[in-house]
Design a protein around this ligand. Structure first.
Ligand SMILES: [Zn+2]
Length: 328
């Protein structure tokens, strides 16, 4: 049987570029935070995960299989765990830890870490994926046991990139190249069934219902950045410098010698993504560098935000569940 797999795009893919744009050039923690590298890693990770999704859609999965993506569950307050892809089949429960990395890979054990020699010769040390996988297996096992399911859980590290060459790994390490995944799944499917179709869908419902939403917003909280240092006003879409007020409808960039239409909506969205879950008229005036309350009121009105409170105490909130989008 083949199925349709959906996966939500990580919110940081849209939000991190806005934070990078609003951080001043000379921000001292730039290197320490390595935001551009983080963005690159998240994008590469997401692209590897969706590649595995498309692969799983094409191959023959065991009958009644259920594929869940980006599963996030909580064992206790402050202790949650994340699974890239979870396959529930009648014969097995399987966790896939997906790695979209290239070059020579050394799975070292003393200490446990992954050493990567990139295609350009650079070296990088990463957290050991085997350790990550074993931790995820253990966490899911405990989580399911609490709900009355006591079963063995399998796991594999899937190398989504063909340009990954495993040079060193412990014997029988659960590491597969993506193209071997169908063979592995076929072998697993030959085992005797341990679940009925009803049990499978019960387990799926249980997991979906208990998904914990990891709170990344606002990003200044998440990365411990003082929001007061961020650039204010509308940023030039070419050079990310603050633009000057030219007229109600136009902003002007001194660096590029270019005008752009006013874009209140991107700046207001930046506020919610980066700084705070609520926005007052005064904060809007300050952050958007507007001249008066009326202009701020007009800017807020352009957004369809949720309004709480009256007159000067009025606060506006981003509607729950509405995704952030880059506004051009
Ligand atoms: Zn510019």
């Amino acid at each position: 049987m083949s199925i349709k797999i959906t996966r939500e795009k990580p919110i940081l893919i849209d939000a991190l570029p806005r934070l990078i744009a609003r951080l001043p050039e000379n921000y001292p923690r730039k290197d320490e935070l390595g935001l551009t590298q983080q963005l690159y890693n998240i994008e590469a990770g997401f692209s590897g995960e969706t590649k595995v999704d498309r692969y799983l859609e094409l191959i023959e999965l065991p009958e009644s299989s259920i594929v869940l993506t980006n599963v996030q569950l909580s064992l206790a307050p402050g202790h949650s765990f994340q699974i890239d892809t979870l396959i529930l089949a009648k014969q097995f429960i399987l966790i896939l830890e997906i790695k979209n990395i290239t070059g020579e890979l050394y799975f070292e054990t003393d200490p446990h870490q992954l050493r990567q020699i990139k295609l350009n010769g650079d070296e990088a040390i990463m957290e050991c994926p085997i350790t990550q996988l074993l931790a995820a297996i253990e966490s899911l096992k405990v989580w399911l046991a609490k709900k009355g399911f006591n079963y063995e859980i399998f796991g594999q590290i899937v190398l989504a990139n063909r340009k990954a060459a495993v040079k060193v790994a412990p014997s029988n390490a659960p590491i597969l190249h993506l193209k071997r995944l169908s063979i592995y799944l076929r072998e697993q499917a030959e085992k005797s069934p341990i679940f009925t179709t009803v049990e499978l869908s019960r387990m799926k419902e249980l997991i979906v219902r208990n998904q914990s939403n990891y709170q990344t917003y606002p990003l200044c909280d998440y990365f411990k950045i003082n929001p007061n240092i961020l650039k204010r006003g509308q940023l030039c879409s070419r050079c990310n410098n603050s633009m000057d007020y030219q007229s109600h409808k136009q902003r002007y960039c001194r660096h590029c010698n270019m005008s752009e239409p006013n874009n209140y909506r991107q700046s207001i969205q930046d506020w919610f993504m980066l700084i705070s879950p609520s926005l007052s008229n005064r904060q809007c005036k300050y952050f958007l560098q507007l001249k008066n309350r009326d202009d701020a009121y007009y800017a807020i009105k352009s957004m369809q935000l949720n309004k709480v409170g009256k007159s000067v105490a009025t606060k506006y909130y981003w509607p729950k569940g509405r995704p952030f989008k880059i506004i051009k």
